[in-house]
Design a protein. Structure first.
Length: 481
């Protein structure tokens, strides 16, 4: 078990991050792309030692889960190298001086984004690679040119230490500043770092209480900083009568597999299934869950929280058990009516992190809209329907768009691909910053801030704004791309 970082070491790490901020921000996109690729190569080479270590600390299966997650992690790093090569992330914009501008004579003004400064990343428990030490937050912050102080999750400390060592060594060998990346341990130490004036932004993936506490600390600083927290989500799924008639059994199987995947320890786990009152899928759902194995949970704290939360759900008036097993961690499916759901209060509406889900039946479109109005916003919202449902679903779409950052059609939310168009965020409590994403190439935008340069001679402008455009970046000039 790794010990909490001592005060002297923490101070050295924070001072080093502040010192590394300028050279990191001034490094060319090609140089930073080289750093990210070097880290990806080093992690791939170390898979034989990292995957078994992750299994030992998290109970997650080595294959395909952890091996695949490590590949996702290195893919993210290489994708951000492509973002850097593309150059559009900088948003370079040039407005030449124009004496005839309709608002009056316009000065020469040029805008570009730059690194925000040292970033504190709080690692997640449920993805020991992809949302942890070398995960998406670290990759996007490094790509932006920001030093990273990584607060390790206590659920996998030895893996965090080993991964951190590999990342740090790879960065240094690739020519990055020596203090560009470091790992710290300890809850109090994470809070101390968050309060430190040298930290310019922070990111977090975890529980609503933990994330909200850190968010409040970040905002209570004498100089508040951006805090990008991914907290909780119930991820509703709406199924129409036409979908049930066309492929009800397939929907039941897909749902059962999605909410029980990885013992339900995904932020995108579908926690609410809205079905028509006469859906007739009960037998199919039970059959889909029959014999489903109990999977160990990540750690004792999460397991205890899940059993307590599930116990509260089962006690709510009108909530019935559809499928369960003797093992406390086997998938559990519950059900209630729309009326009882609306009367059930927060207990039925909040996330239950683990292998449980709740069916809510609706009598008609009007009741479905009332139910959607009552639930908390989240990361995703899903529809299983047919094209013949278009007119019936059209009024439902605004209700779903209001509460989610990603809408899915005839798919399941537990797959979150890493791509240019991905959006992994949503209104609070899904995230503390609903205009951003923590997955996909747009994640880099969290760690950049724009600066406008007005009237400067060409020789003093940053390269992306110089008249010759030496980095050959895509940019908007006098309003034209």
């Amino acid at each position: 078990m790794s010990q909490a970082t001592d005060a002297a070491t923490l101070e050295k790490i924070l001072a080093g991050a502040a010192e590394a901020a300028r050279p990191a921000a001034e490094a060319t996109p090609a140089e930073r792309a080289g750093w990210l690729t070097a880290v990806a190569d080093a992690l791939d080479a170390a898979a034989g030692e990292l995957v078994p270590l992750a299994h030992a600390e998290t109970h997650l299966p080595e294959t395909p889960r952890l091996a695949g997650e490590l590949k996702r992690t290195t893919f993210q790093l290489r994708l951000f190298a492509e973002v850097l090569a593309d150059g559009e992330y900088l948003g370079a914009t040039v407005d030449h001086a124009d004496p005839d501008w309709p608002m009056g004579p316009r000065p020469d003004i040029r805008r570009v984004k730059t690194a925000i400064g040292p970033v504190l990343v709080f690692a997640a428990s449920n993805f020991p690679f992809a949302f942890s030490v070398a995960g998406g937050d670290t990759a996007s912050a490094l790509a932006a040119g920001c030093p990273v102080v990584l607060k390790a999750h206590p659920g996998h400390p030895e893996l965090s230490a080993q991964t951190g060592s590999i990342v740090r060594e790879a960065l240094i060998k690739a020519g990055a500043p020596a203090a560009l990346f470091n790992v710290i341990f300890g809850q109090d130490e994470g809070v101390t770092a968050l309060k430190d004036p040298r930290i310019a932004a922070a990111s977090f993936t975890g529980s609503i209480p933990g994330g909200r506490a850190l968010f409040d600390i970040a905002n209570a600083r004498p100089r508040p900083i951006p805090f990008y927290g991914e907290l909780g989500s119930v991820n509703p799924v709406v199924v129409t009568e036409a979908a049930i008639a066309a492929r009800g059994e397939a929907v039941a199987k897909g749902y059962a597999g999605s909410f029980s995947l990885g013992a339900g320890q995904f932020c995108t786990k579908p926690g609410l299934l809205f079905l028509p009152s006469d859906h007739g899928l009960t037998d199919a759902l039970r059959a889909a869950l029959a014999g489903a194995p109990a999977q160990p949970m990540l750690n004792d704290r999460i397991a205890s929280g899940y059993t307590s939360r599930l116990s509260e759900l089962r006690k709510v008036a009108g909530v019935e058990v559809v499928s369960s097993a003797d093992s406390p961690f086997a998938p559990t499916l519950l059900a209630t009516t729309g009326k009882q759901f609306l009367e059930g209060g927060d207990t039925v509406r909040e996330e239950c992190f683990g292998p449980a889900s709740l069916i809510v039946t609706y009598t008609d479109q009007a009741e479905l809209l009332r139910l959607l109005e009552a639930i908390e916003p989240g990361l995703t919202a899903t529809i299983h329907g047919e094209e013949s449902d278009a007119d019936w679903l059209r009024p439902v779409l605004p209700a779903l768009a209001r509460i989610a950052g990603r809408l899915l059609w005839n798919d399941w939310p537990t797959g979150v691909t890493v791509s240019w168009a991905q959006q992994h965020g949503g209104p609070y409590p899904a995230t503390t910053a609903p205009t951003t994403t923590s997955v996909g190439t747009a994640a880099i935008e969290r760690f950049l801030r724009p600066i406008a340069w007005q009237g400067f001679p060409d020789a003093l402008l940053p390269e992306p704004l110089q008249e010759a455009n030496p980095w050959r970046l895509p940019r908007r000039t006098d309003g034209a791309r």
